[in-house]
Design a binder for this molecule. Structure first.
Ligand code: 13P
Ligand code: SF4
Length: 327
């Protein structure tokens, strides 16, 4: 404990000296989440990371997460310097959606509104009319459908299918997937559920067969909220296991079970752990400004174009994210 408080003081001093703030996603290691919380930063879902960064007075933001989160922070704060803890930390969804191929696809359907998931590159966001995260995807598509719009959706085919199932929207889906959530297995999950009186919490990047077994489907923040209000002792979690630290902290008496990723025909690459989120290491924090690779650079043109689609997301109001704050 003494060691932790000494380290914490060192990081606080480092952040103050460098006029920097640490912003972390729920999926990074517990040690990083703790430091972000204890230094006045934030640990949150990807939407709130974007919103929080936008409100800070510090001239530098350090993003513990993956590349698209750092890029979103840069797009919303072009005058700040944005750093990522590990420059290799990407996302299979981002990687699946190449800018040139996506542009060609969009050009084939000029009558459609282009809506992309936040888990995309800045260049892909610059093509889009809207950027959304999982916490507002359904509400935004509902809104666009009510305006008579037809949609191009990229890159997550599972989240896209979930939105179509929920809203009946006319959507063309890009063929991307998250290598973590794609691995959850419905058959094995059913076996687990049959053994416990539990609630099942599922992130919508999971296959439809897994979503169909859920008590609650939603963004990382929504799943944490659901774990707090659940009256079950056992909670099965089908999303990246880093989030369980936040759930346990709020409900120390509950037992959290990771949804199964193995089973018949399994070729699990991730087993409930995002390999890129796990590249984030606290050891890199105090040297972060020494490595040029850690700073996010984007062209002014991309920033300007992507700002429009991201700002729509940040400004979009609905009841689902007006009470997003987890306490
Ligand atoms: P959230 O927007 O729910 O935080 O999810 C981000 C993500 O990468 C999920 O895999
Ligand atoms: Fe991307 Fe999946 Fe990792 Fe989230 S968990 S950052 S969607 S690879």
């Amino acid at each position: 404990m003494k060691e932790y408080s000494q380290y914490l003081e060192k990081v606080k001093g480092f952040l103050a000296d460098n006029d920097a703030k640490l912003i972390a996603h729920y999926y990074v290691d517990e040690s990083i989440q703790r430091i972000a919380e204890d230094t006045g930063g934030i640990v949150s879902d990807s939407l709130e990371m974007a919103r929080f960064g936008n409100k800070q007075k510090e001239s530098k933001l350090i993003v513990a997460g993956v590349k698209f989160m750092g890029e979103t922070a840069k797009i919303l704060n072009p005058d700040k310097k944005i750093f990522v803890l590990d420059s290799e930390a990407t996302c299979s969804l981002d990687e699946s959606c190449n800018h040139d191929e996506f542009l060609m696809f969009c050009k084939k359907y000029p009558d459609r509104e282009v809506v992309v998931y936040a888990n995309t590159s800045a260049e892909v966001k610059a093509i889009a009319d809207w950027v959304v995260t999982s916490s507002i995807a359904v509400s935004v598509i509902e809104y666009l459908t009510s305006q008579g719009k037809k949609i191009i959706w990229a890159p997550d085919k599972y989240l896209g299918q979930y939105i179509v199932d929920r809203t009946g929207a006319d959507m063309l889906l890009w063929d991307g997937a998250c290598i973590v959530h794609e691995e959850y297995k419905a058959l094995e999950l059913k076996k687990l559920i049959s053994k416990y009186d539990c609630d099942v919490l599922v992130h919508p990047e999971s296959p439809r067969s897994v979503i169909n077994l859920a008590d609650v489907v939603g963004s990382t923040t929504k799943l944490i909220e659901a774990s707090i209000v659940s009256n079950k002792k056992y909670i099965v979690v089908a999303t990246e296991s880093g989030i369980i630290y936040q759930m346990k902290k709020r409900s120390p008496d509950k037992i959290f079970l990771e949804a199964p990723t193995a089973g018949e025909g399994a070729s699990c690459e991730s087993c409930g752990k995002c390999p890129w989120m796990k590249l984030n290491k606290l050891d890199n924090l105090l040297e972060i400004f020494d490595n040029k690779q850690n700073e996010i650079h984007l062209s002014n043109d991309v920033i300007k174009k992507a700002q429009k689609s991201i700002q729509r997301m940040v400004n979009f109001k609905n009841k689902e994210f007006n009470n997003k704050k987890v306490s």
